[in-house]
Design a protein around this ligand. Structure first.
Ligand code: UDP
Length: 479
């Protein structure tokens, strides 16, 4: 039975699809636990209100009008952080003025890219919590690198395949940070420091599982010294049909999947941001065609440099593959991965796609491009062994890798391991499972937060311990 808590949480998502989705999912999870949910969002990439009638939405003037947002750079991110400050502060002040006894704003939960929220929360003495939308392994690699950047940068081309000190299984080429000429420019370094920092936030929520990433989480917790709540995987905790897409989903591909043999189709998608060149598109097209496996391929508008959409494909390509291949601009990915026809996922390894694939026990071909994708791909292929890494984008290599995943004994082993992984995740979500327990702890933690934090208020919270039993600790929240 749902408990009505008469407390609200304000969520502040970052505007990219891969960040918006987990924040909206977290909203649904907290709403199901009895909290009222308010989503304060940017005008750019505003969520579709009609998909979430249970939330209250507040649009903030983000200052981004007229800027090229096809791939948001540091300039737009800093401008947005500056522009949103006053709108959020004014909105919260109004909310607090209208509050009634016992019906209070409990806290603000924000994406770490929206770092301005820390300033606003501190000014208003409101407790804030950071949502981490990356894996703990990725965060750990960033934190480790930023503790001693000089140990990692600049590096030589000859070192690209060398292991990164203390970060097995990562190599220099897998650094999840924007590297230019084998080093990280100062402004980029500053930006990553900002998003790593949690300011005066009193806790961190993770879209991951303690059973999967316990050692990384424990190491990170020593660094951040606030309670951690790994309550994932979010995609499995909300209904399959819950919609969070910014682009329109083409549902006709589900009817196409219905006509395919069970466990036969490769789903191909590189997420919402990755852009490839024409050569890679053509090599992928021939790799898929020559593999002779059925495929569903998402070619997102703007995802091939210099082209609108799929016009860069070889002439007559779609006619040639016929019913064996289906190309769409944007798919209902969670439903696709859950479809019995799907046998594999050719993915860029964004964290949401990674979790969605594991949750539906779909093994992967990992073709990362940037940021956390590089770390996820290494963990998937080298540690969890539920995917094959694709490092050379040539048609023969692509064809061979697809056949390995879909047809070989090695492919069957990978499938078995992803089934095991999925079962562990499901176990974590059961009563007494770690994610279930961590969610309960999070709900108790938010419910008990002092709604206005005086200076240096101690916040009592659960610190994860290695045997999964939370022990109480006291954290100095503000100075
Ligand atoms: N997605 C989708 N339809 C598509 C491609 C992607 O719904 O055709 C969703 C996918 O389910 C995931 C999100 O977009 O939830 C992409 O997030 P991810 O972290 O995987 O990658 P990003 O887009 O941030 O690189």
């Amino acid at each position: 039975m749902k408990v009505e808590r008469k407390q609200s949480v304000v969520l502040v998502p970052f505007l990219l699809q891969g960040h918006l989705t987990p924040m909206l999912q977290l909203g649904s999870i907290l709403h199901s636990q009895g909290f009222s949910v308010i989503v304060a969002h940017t005008q750019h990439n505003a969520p579709n209100y009609s998909n979430h009638p249970e939330f209250v939405f507040h649009s903030m003037d983000d200052g981004l009008k007229g800027m090229d947002m096809s791939f948001p750079g540091l300039k737009s991110i800093y401008r947005m952080n500056e522009s949103c400050k006053a709108p959020l502060r004014n909105y919260l002040v109004r909310m607090m003025e209208e509050e009634e006894e016992g019906d209070q704003l409990a806290c603000i939960i924000y994406d770490n890219v929206m770092f301005f929220v820390d300033d606003v929360a501190t000014q208003l003495k409101l407790p804030s919590i950071v949502l981490r939308t990356f894996s703990a392994a990725c965060m750990h690699s960033m934190v480790t690198i930023f503790q001693q950047p000089e140990k990692y940068f600049p590096f030589e081309d000859s070192q690209l395949l060398d292991p990164l000190p203390e970060l097995h299984p990562l190599r220099f080429k897998d650094v999840p940070i924007h590297v230019i000429n084998n080093t990280v420019p100062e402004p980029v370094l500053d930006f990553y420091k900002r998003i790593n920092d949690i300011g005066s936030s009193v806790a961190t929520i993770w879209n991951t599982m303690q059973d999967l990433e316990n050692s990384m989480l424990l190491r990170l917790q020593k660094h951040y010294k606030v309670p951690f709540f790994p309550i994932g995987p979010f995609p499995k905790m909300v209904p399959l049909a819950s919609l969070t897409s910014i682009l329109e989903e083409d549902n006709s591909c589900i009817e196409w999947l219905d006509r395919q043999t069970p466990n036969s189709v490769l789903y191909v998608s590189l997420g919402s941001l990755v852009r490839i060149d024409e050569k890679e598109l053509i090599e992928t097209a021939w790799g898929l065609a020559n593999s002779e496996q059925p495929f569903l391929w998402v070619i997102r508008p703007g995802s091939v440099s210099g082209f609108q959409c799929a016009e860069a494909l070889p002439d007559g390509y779609e006619e040639m593959v016929g019913e064996r291949g289906r190309i769409v601009k944007w798919a209902p990915q969670k439903q696709v991965l859950a479809h019995p026809a799907i046998a594999g996922f050719f993915t860029h390894c964004g964290w949401n796609s990674t979790l969605e694939s594991i949750c539906e026990q779909v093994p992967m071909i990992c073709r990362p491009s940037l940021a956390d994708q590089l770390v996820n791909a290494r963990y998937l292929s080298q540690i969890y062994k539920v995917g094959f890494e694709l490092e050379v984008m040539e048609r023969t290599v692509i064809e061979k890798t697809i056949r390995k995943l879909m047809l070989s004994e090695e492919g069957k082993d990978v499938k078995k391991r992803v089934i095991d992984m999925k079962q562990n995740i499901v176990a974590a979500m059961q009563i007494d499972g770690t994610s279930h327990k961590n969610l309960k702890d999070l709900v108790d933690f938010i419910s008990a937060l002092p709604s206005r934090l005086p200076p240096a208020t101690p916040v009592v919270g659960a610190i994860m311990s290695s045997n999964h039993t939370p022990s109480k600790c006291i954290i100095e929240s503000r100075s």
